[in-house]
Design a protein around this ligand. Sequence first.
Ligand code: DGJ
Length: 732
Amino acid sequence: MPIHFDKESRVFHLSNERISYVLQLVKTGVPAHVYWGRKVKDGQLATLIPYQERSSFSPNPFAEDRTVSFDALPLEYPVYGTGDFRHPAYQVQLPNGSTITEAVYRTHRIYAGKPQLEELPATYVEQDGEATTLELDLVDEQAGLSITLIYTIFEQLDVIARSVRFANEGGGNLKLLTALSAGVDFRTSDYEMVHLAGAWANERHMQRRQLAPGLQSIGSSRGSSSHNHNPFVALLQNGADEDHGDVYGFSLVYSGNFTAQVEVEQYGTTRVTMGINPFDFSWLLEPGESFQTPEAVLVYSAEGLGGMSRTYHRLYRTRLCRGEFRDKSRPILVNNWEATYFNFNADKIEQIAKAGSELGIELFVLDDGWFGKRDKDNSSLGDWVVDRAKLPGGLDDLAQRVRNLDMQFGLWFEPEMVSPDSDLYRKNPDWCLHVPDRRRTEGRQQLILDFSRPEVCEAIRTMVADILRSAPITYVKWDMNRNMTEIGSAALPAERQRETAHRYMLGLYSVLEQLTSEFPHILFESCSGGGGRFDPGMLYYMPQTWTSDNTDAISRLHIQYGTSLVYPISSMGAHVSAVPNHQVHRMTSLEMRGLVAMSGNFGYELDLTKFTEEERTLVKQQVEQYKAFRPLAQFGDFYRLRSPFEGNEAAWMFVSEDKSEAAVFYFRVLAQPNAPFAWLRLKGLLPEADYALAGEEAEAAVYGGDHLMYAGLQVPRLTGDYQGHMWHFKRK
Ligand code: DGJ
C-alpha cells in the first residue's frame, strides 16, 4: 500500500518505488514531519524526530515534559502562538479577536486516486491506481475549526501534491489570516535555495544562494504570479548539482499573489512554506463554510535539478495540462504583433499569412488591435467588437481568407481588462477593481475588470464566446497586461474586501473552465506581457504560455533555460523575430534565432513578406527541420547540458521516451579568440545503442550512446558572436 498508517507509532508512511514521505502524530496530536527523500523501509522512523530539553525560551505544551517544544519540533502544518516562533502555515482569528488555535488529530482517510480541488486548478489522475491520497483531519473543537491536510503520492512520479481545506464547524465567524498550502520542516540547513526571479522582458532568471539564518522568501503581491518571482522554490542539499544529489522542489498551482518562505532558525533546521500570500489577504468563514487552498506540488529528486525538472515536466505535461492539445503537436505559428503592431488591415494580414503558408507555417495569429477603435494601446479593451475600418469583411471573412491559404486562424484577446476609453467602462464604471473615492491607478491606460464578481465574469465570457463562435478560430492568445492596484470590489462587504484578489482568481479560473470546455478544439495560449503569469495554474487551462515579450535570441537563452527548471518545453512559446531586435536592439543571425525558437513551441513574429529569397530558403528549412523533430521537442525528455548563467555557452538536449531519437542544441554567445575545443557530454541516451546523425550525414556519422555520453561530442568550429548548432540523432 503506497500509504501505510502504523497505529502504534501513529506514523503515516507515503511511498512509491523510489521515495518516502513520512509524518507522525506526536503526543499533542499535531502532525510532525519525519522524513522526505529516497525510499526507506518502515520501522524506527519515529526515532527521526529528536526530543531534547532546551532552555526555558523554548516553551513546553506539557509542563512536566520539557523535551517537547513546538519551538524545536519539525511540523507539517505549524501555527503561531503556542510555542512555535517560526513563520506559521496558518492563522485564524476567532470571534473574540484572539488568534490562538491548536488543531489536533481527529481522524484520517486513505484512498486510491486523487480528489479534484473545488474551483481550483490542480494535478489529476486518469485512473485511481495512479496515486493514493491521505486526508488528515485536524480539529480545534473550541474554535469550531477543522483543517484537512490533503496529501497525494503518485505511483510513477516522485511527487507529493499537498493542499488544505478549512471548515467552520462552529457557531461563530472565523477569519483566515494565513492559509498556506504546505509546510515542510527540514532537519538541517545545509542547503542552497534555487528560485526564478526577473522582470518584464527578463523573466525567470535562475537564482541560487546558500541558506543563511533567518527568513529568505519570495512572493508576489501584484495580483498575479508575476514576471518578478515564479511560484517555485527548490532546496539543493549542499553538493547537489544539475545531475547529482538531493533536490526538493516546491511549485504552487496558482496564478495570483503567493509566498514561498524558507526559514533557517536557531536549531539549524529549515522550514519551507508556500501558498497564497497572507499579505493583504483574509477570508471570512461563516458557520458551515469551507475554504480550499491551492495545491503545492512537491518533487523530490535524487538526481539533481535535472531529475527534478524532468519530473515536473512529465507531471505538468501529462497530469496538469488538459484537453485535446495536451497530447497533440502544436502548430508552427506566425503572429503579426512585432510585424505590424496596431497598423494593419485585412490585406496586409492576408499577405503575411500567404507568405507564411508558402513557408510551411501552419497557423496565423492576429494580435492586438482588431476590435473597437484600437489604433494605439490606450482604448477599447472591453469592446470586443471587430473594427470594420481595419477588417471590413469582419473576422469571419479574414479567417476564411487565411484558411483558404491552408492555414489555421488564431486571435488575441485581453478579456480581463477595460480601457477607461471604452463603451464597456462608460456603461459599467464600477465593474473594475477599485476602492471608493480613491484614484483608479492606470497601467497602459487600462483598468482591471473585477473578476471577483460573477456578473462581470459572465458578461466577458459571453462576449468572448460570441466572437469565438463567429469565425473559424482554432487558437486564442489570452493576454493580461498590468498588475493590480486599489484591489477592492464594489460587490463585497467591508469585512470581505481582502478576499478580492483570491476571488478574482476563482472568477478567472471559472471563466477559463467554461470557455475551454465549450471550445475544446481551440488551442489556448496564456500570456501576461509575455511571462507575467507563467505558472502551473494557467497551464491547467491553457497548455502553452508566451514565454516573454523579449524575443532576442540571447536573452531567450537565459529566459528559456530558467523556465525549463519547472515548465515543460511544450508549454513555452518561442518566436523568431526581426533584427535589430525590438526589445534589446541586438543583431543576431536568422540561424541563431531559429535554433533558440525551435527549443520551444516554434513560431515567427515578423513581417514574412520582407524576407529576401535567401532568408525564405532558410526559413523553409527551419520549418521542415522543426517539423521533423517536433515530437521530440514537445514530448521528449529535456536535459540541460550547459547553463547560460555560468558562462558564455548554453546547451540542452531532448531525448524521446524510448530513447530512439535525440536532438542537441549548443549556443555560444560571444566569439573567443583562438578558442579551446568545445565538447558536450550528452545525457539520457542508451549507452549500448548506436545513434546516427539524421539528414545527409546519416551514413557517415554513427556514434555509440556511450561515446556521446562519456567521451562527448565535439562542437564544430563556430566563428563570430551569437552562434548555435543543432544535431538530430536517430537510433540505428
Ligand atoms: C503583450 C503581449 O505579450 C504581446 O505579445 C502582445 O500581444 C501585446 N501584449 C499586445 O498588446
